[in-house]
Design a protein around this ligand. Sequence first.
Ligand SMILES: *[C@@H]1O[C@H](CO)[C@@H](O)[C@H](O)[C@H]1NC(C)=O
Ligand SMILES: *[C@@H]1O[C@H](CO)[C@@H](O)[C@H](O)[C@H]1NC(C)=O
Ligand SMILES: *[C@@H]1O[C@H](CO)[C@@H](O)[C@H](O)[C@H]1NC(C)=O
Ligand SMILES: *[C@@H]1O[C@H](CO)[C@@H](O)[C@H](O)[C@H]1NC(C)=O
Length: 353
Amino acid sequence: MWRLTASSCGPIVSAIVLAGCNYARGRWVQDARRRPLYSGLECKRWLSPMWACRLTQRTDFSYESFRWQPESCEIQEFDPDLSSLARLRGKTIALVGDSLGRQQFQSLMCMLTGGKEAPEARGAIRPDGWAYRFFATNTTILYYWSASLCELEPLNRSDPAATRYAMHLDRPAAFLRQHIGRFDVLVLNTGHHWNRGKISGNRWDMYVNGAPLRDRRMAEISRAKNFTVHSVVRWLDSQIPYHPRLRAFLRSISPRHFVNGDWNSGGSCANTTPLLRGVRVQDGGAADDALAAGAVAGTGVRLLDITAISELRDEAHMSNYSLRASSSGVQDCLHWCLPGVPDTWNEILLAQL
Ligand SMILES: *[C@@H]1O[C@H](CO)[C@@H](O)[C@H](O)[C@H]1NC(C)=O
Ligand SMILES: *[C@@H]1O[C@H](CO)[C@@H](O)[C@H](O)[C@H]1NC(C)=O
Ligand SMILES: *[C@@H]1O[C@H](CO)[C@@H](O)[C@H](O)[C@H]1NC(C)=O
Ligand SMILES: *[C@@H]1O[C@H](CO)[C@@H](O)[C@H](O)[C@H]1NC(C)=O
């Protein structure tokens, strides 16, 4: 069970709201003096070795040296020491989603500690996630694994190893419903688990209204995903009036960059030259996440819009680099090297708090 002491309402830190700034439009700027925000050799406490490209066979690290410059505003320079937590004083920041959400969580922990050991943070590994509290500012950062964002209910509780799960497309994950009142900032994401292979591999059966979904049209993956994301966002929007301090975000999809095949058919992302696709994201032509944008439209849930920005960064994935030289030829063109692109997602998030 998750046990976080109920959070009190910390002093409201006023954020400078730059009216009209669209953080999703701008350009990547090389700035090796100020990037990366932490060392991939140092952040051992929070950064999974499998995502720390400095620990792999990779020899090219130019992907670490870029920062995002929005078109019409500045992102305040990130201060890589704990004082930058001041604006997070007393707050609980929750990231809930799939492994890309976990990458964003690890990135945030590394950013906030500068990648250094931080004995002043205490926390614990929980079933399905992690939670840490920084005592200096009483800030709690947590990650909870929920790949679909919807409730998963074991159908045979006496057989935990082999049970199938009702995947309730119209019910938010139980963790969200239970703990929504404790979050000051909530960032949701989902996306890459919405395919037949993952859904059947996980033994998930789609349910709506508490009953198995028989409507085949609705059970099409893209429709079921859209229906679920809309349901979760609508529910979250309905919660905001009861939790006025909550700032809720849906992170748009993190792009994959497999070329010449998919992950299981020889696809790769071998390019290491940054920004061959251009440095700019402008209106028109931007590869935005229409599903996520549609889901939050007209609600109090905001879009953490990182899709088009990240689309330009095909060189910054794990690719086929691994901890040992004799890799199995696995290509990961989905997850990102850290430090790397998810750091920018967090800078954009922090800019909007
Ligand atoms: C720290 O935060 C927790 C929960 O977020 C709260 O219960 C506690 O009172 C806070 N402590 C201080 C010293 O502000
Ligand atoms: C649930 O699992 C148990 C243990 O494997 C099995 O004996 C039982 O038949 C299962 N129940 C159903 C309804 O499938
Ligand atoms: C997604 O779901 C919403 C709400 O049910 C609907 O209005 C919209 O048309 C759907 N979009 C797609 C692409 O199916
Ligand atoms: C990774 O891929 C590149 C180009 O596709 C290839 O030259 C290299 O040998 C691969 N490395 C490993 C460890 O498989």
